[in-house]
Design a binder for this molecule. Structure first.
Ligand code: ATP
Ligand code: MG
Length: 419
């Protein structure tokens, strides 16, 4: 027997029963972003690997072990499937000189790829919507990005999300903090696990993110960046908080919030749910003032976030907001030469009036066609025999209520559907 070919592990099909929920989500997100003046940018799924190494950071989980890198053997280019969208967005903004026209409010959406262990809420192909504000330096834009999320949760019917915010300060305060961390962990080197030991000199901040229970107490007592903060960053963070309070957005300060990507500075934030088990972060972001220059552009401040679509859809389900595709309005059952000719005409006429119409295909007896009509979930079966066709009428039968079927013309059908 021929071997069955299956989808790649960790990469999912979205079947029609679920796909409508995705479409609803995408439409809602588009409407939401338009409300705030963000415009769509679309970049390729494949980029030069170097882009991600340089932006996300060489000593991060993503670049060290999660990135799908490959050599294009036709020309020996080192390429990668994008593991996230910010780097690509920044690359495109620089390449097309978009900041020349002033600050930009942008968003993207689409599949991202990370070679992680697949589990609920964690996939190798997953989807993000990312929102990026480039060329803005003030705390107002950080606050806008956070506040607009709160509206989206409302539009999606999601409740119970917790907002954590933190600050990573500027480059100098991070360097100071880094040195203090290394010193501190060196004093407790016996308590470090293998990974932390390896990270000690390359990326000590990541040790703070360790999930190892044996290390939690030493992590708890480690120096906090928030205590080493430079004055400007402290003020920036204060103002972000003040705007959030003024707008009634509640938050918790998490001094340990470190992000898995190296390009962040100052404000960082995460929206977290307790309803999805271990994979609780549904949306995360922050400021990345150094990235544009790092990727090769003229220095420009920026701030943004990305949300995980699979996790948000799962959360909508948990919140009882599962959305099913509306059934067709009408299923057309027809038999006879004139009847079929009239059925084709009637179907298009009704679609002109914005009705959702399924025309039976494949022939069969009236009875068999009526079964299909019922199974389609349609509200009405519209029955056309040669008699009806001759009179340019149809027989309409409700499939959902016990009412008598009636012989009517198409305009009456349109009015009924619209009502
Ligand atoms: P996590 O801590 O869960 O690994 P992360 O910090 O790696 O998340 P980001 O890189 O900030 O995540 O991406 C933003 C969002 O994208 C996350 O909050 C999450 O909702 C989603 N996400 C990240 N990785 C995955 C994945 N492998 N599968 C599904 N969703 C993901
Ligand atoms: Mg991750």
């Amino acid at each position: 027997m021929t071997k069955i070919i299956k989808a790649v592990r960790g990469m999912n099909d979205t079947l029609p029963d679920e796909a409508y929920q995705w479409q609803f989500f995408e439409q809602t997100v588009q409407d939401w972003l338009a409300m705030y003046g963000y415009r769509n940018i679309r970049t390729p799924i494949v980029e030069q690997s170097d882009l991600f190494v340089r932006s996300i950071g060489e000593v991060t989980d993503i670049v060290e072990k999660e990135m799908y890198c490959f050599v294009d053997h036709l020309n020996n280019d080192n390429l990668a499937l994008r593991p996230e969208g910010t780097a690509s967005c920044v690359r495109a903004v620089i390449e097309h000189n978009l900041l020349y026209g002033g600050p930009q409010r942008l968003y993207y959406s689409g599949p991202m790829f990370r070679h992680e262990r697949p589990q609920k809420g964690r996939y190798r192909q997953f989807h993000q919507v990312g929102v990026e504000a480039l060329g803005f330096s003030g705390p107002d834009i950080d606050a806008e990005l956070i506040i607009m999320c709160a509206r989206l949760w409302q539009m999606l019917g999601i409740t119970g999300l917790r907002l954590e915010i933190g600050t990573l300060g500027n480059a100098e305060s991070r360097a100071l903090h880094r040195a203090r961390l290394i010193k501190y962990f060196q004093q407790h080197v016996d308590a470090l696990d293998e990974e932390a030991g390896r990270r000690l000199h390359t990326n000590p901040l990541r040790i703070l993110d360790s999930k190892n229970p044996q290390m939690q107490s030493i992590i708890e007592q480690a120096p906090r960046l928030i205590d080493d903060l430079d004055e400007e960053s402290r003020l920036h963070f204060e103002t972000v908080q003040q705007i959030l309070r003024d707008r009634g957005v509640t938050f918790e300060i998490n001094p340990r919030l470190v992000r898995g990507l190296d390009y962040y500075n100052r404000t960082v934030f995460e929206w977290i749910t307790d309803k999805l088990g271990a994979q609780g972060a549904v949306c995360a972001g922050g400021r990345y003032d150094g990235l544009v220059e790092q990727v090769g552009g003229k220095p420009a401040p920026a701030c943004g976030f990305a949300m995980g679509v699979e996790r948000l859809l799962a959360l909508m389900q948990e919140c009882g907001k599962a959305i099913a595709q509306p059934a067709p309005d009408i299923y057309i059952v027809h038999q006879g030469v004139q009847a079929t000719e009239y059925a084709w005409q009637a179907a298009e006429h009704l679609r002109d009036a914005n009705c959702r119409v399924v025309l039976h295909c494949g022939g069969g007896s009236f009875k068999a066609q009526m079964k299909k009509a019922d199974a389609s979930g349609a509200r009405y079966a519209m029955i056309i025999g040669d008699d009806e066709a001759l009179a340019r009428q149809v027989t309409l039968k409700s499939l959902r209520e016990f009412t008598d079927q009636a012989r009517v013309d198409l305009n009456t059908v349109c009015e009924l559907i619209r009502a």
